[in-house]
Design a protein around this ligand. Sequence first.
Ligand SMILES: CC(C)(COP(=O)(O)OP(=O)(O)OC[C@H]1O[C@@H](n2cnc3c(N)ncnc32)[C@H](O)[C@@H]1OP(=O)(O)O)[C@@H](O)C(=O)NCCC(=O)NCCS
Length: 140
Amino acid sequence: MNYIFKKNCEDVDWNGVHGLLKRAGMAHPPAELIEKAFKNSYSVVFVYDDKRLIGTGRALSDGAYQAAVYDIAVEPSYQGKGLGRDIIDRLYDDIKECNIILYSRPGAEKFYEKFNFRRMLTGMALFKNKQSMMERGFTE
Ligand SMILES: CC(C)(COP(=O)(O)OP(=O)(O)OC[C@H]1O[C@@H](n2cnc3c(N)ncnc32)[C@H](O)[C@@H]1OP(=O)(O)O)[C@@H](O)C(=O)NCCC(=O)NCCS
């Protein structure tokens, strides 16, 4: 299958990104916020099957030595075909000089272990929605 990988925000249907994040079980803020987040990111990846959006990913970075990865999501019916790996690889191309941090959705940690990510022992977070993040297994 020839999938299309796009690394810019031109002509992105932000409601479509919202829907994909929701179906993938990810946080899915309003489409306007998602648009702002992706447009302000250092690196973005969108995957299409023809015109259908089927995958996303983005990275924040200082462009020097620190980066953070967010919103890695593949449309459920397309999961398990290597697209998650393709998204990580394409983001990595832009931030390979950097330390890269992320927080996994509970249950997806082993996906990131495939790319040599290791658990942080001193990672700390101050989430806006503290109670929900605790209940969903992100914090103690
Ligand atoms: C996690 C996710 C992005 C992986 O994408 P994918 O296209 O299904 O994954 P790939 O087919 O590229 O898999 C790459 C490797 O990771 C493994 N893998 C994928 N998902 C995994 C999971 N949840 N747990 C353990 N291993 C996983 C695959 O078996 C494969 O291993 P291999 O290279 O040894 O064969 C996708 O399943 C998804 O969108 N899930 C819901 C949202 C989510 O959890 N996002 C990431 C966490 S924030």
